[in-house]
Design a protein around this ligand. Structure first.
Ligand code: ISE
Length: 336
């Protein structure tokens, strides 16, 4: 079987990382088209994917007949404009998280997919493919430690790119915990509350963080999330799961420990592309394999919508300081 020809839309940090992954680290696919408005990024991406062609927008790539599938790695607010034509062309899609930043736009995407009559979109909630999250999920579902009582999550970034604003704390960053908490507990998030911790003087002036986000599931598990995007020291995503009969911790960096000059320690990740490298590789490999057989193998557009609905309550909570309830639309038959 020929390689799956993937059009990559957006060649920033994540898009470039996916291009290298598709062409160098996984099998069954190749990058055939690059769609990127920034000239320097586009040039760098085309070098990473020799043989690929540049297009000004996704419609041009589709009309040129060079794409069997689409990988979307632009910022969340730009996803819908790419998703709609890709769905119309009935192409399998891997869409970076969030599906879209709010529930109305996610519902429009879902409606387009329902109209197409097949699940074309896989959403890039890559933590579901991380081996440690998978181990934790097994510890929860097996019941070996008794009931799960609480999840204590830390999500720390060394800094943020230009243009990152307060609402992005929720729709771009905490959206990972919003998805993964539902994935782990198999229970929907029913409310979101946000507390502001003492402001970090290192935060860009437009940001008021770190924040503490409380996610409560229908099953009664509360997940508290420290969202901290000015951590400076490195990239860290840890979770402690508190059970009836024990504790599980994931996300502690392992590897070489060095003792020197009266101190000891190891290295910390600098960014998400290395912390979640195994998860990204697995996610994209499984998507490629599934796309070649016209299905998906991971979170779908409805999972994207469910996250967007909780994100919306989270953005409201960020502004109101209140505990905000999440409301969900009825599940269409396509996802039942
Ligand atoms: C970024 O877009 C990601 O997806 C990272 O995983 C997350 O840690 C970061 O906060 C986001 O801005």
């Amino acid at each position: 079987m020929e390689n799956l020809r993937v059009a990559v839309v957006g060649a920033g940090i994540m898009g470039a990382d996916h291009i290298a992954r598709i062409n160098q680290r996984i099998s069954g696919a190749e990058v055939s088209a690059v769609i990127e408005v920034d000239k320097n990024r586009a040039d760098a991406a085309l070098k990473l994917a020799p043989g690929s062609r540049y297009f000004a927008d996704i419609e041009d790539a589709i009309h040129a007949g060079v794409a069997d599938a689409v990988l979307i790695a632009t910022p969340g607010p730009l996803h819908e404009a790419v998703l709609i034509p890709a769905i119309s062309a009935r192409l399998p899609i891997l869409c970076e998280k969030p599906l879209t930043p709010d529930s109305a736009s996610s519902l429009r995407v879902v409606a387009a997919e329902v109209e197409a009559g097949e699940q074309l979109i896989q959403v890039g909630f890559m933590r579901r493919f991380d081996s440690q999250y998978q181990q934790l999920k097994l510890a929860i579902s097996s019941g070996e430690l008794g009931e799960l009582l609480a999840l204590r999550c830390q999500h720390r970034n060394p800094g943020v790119p230009d243009g990152y604003h307060n609402d992005m704390l929720i729709f771009d960053s905490v959206v990972h915990e919003i998805d993964v908490v539902r994935f782990l507990t198999e229970s929907p998030i029913m409310s979101v509350e946000v507390k502001h911790l003492r402001r970090n003087p290192n935060s860009p002036t437009s940001l008021d963080e770190p924040i503490l986000v409380l996610l409560e599931t229908a099953s009664g598990v509360v997940a508290d999330v420290e969202m901290n995007v000015s951590g400076r020291f490195g990239y860290q995503v840890k979770t402690e799961a508190v059970f009836q009969n024990g504790i599980v911790e994931i996300g502690r960096t392992s590897g070489m420990t060095l003792w020197q000059n009266g101190r000891y320690g190891g290295e910390e990740h600098a960014t998400y592309t290395t912390r979640f490298a195994q998860a990204y590789d697995e996610q994209v490999q499984r998507w490629v394999k599934a796309a070649r057989n016209r299905h998906i193998d991971g979170p779908n557009a409805w999972d994207g919508y469910l996250a967007a609905a909780a994100v919306e309550a989270g953005v409201k909570a960020l502004q109101s300081g209140l505990k905000e309830a999440v409301s969900y639309s009825a599940t269409p038959d396509l996802y039942a």
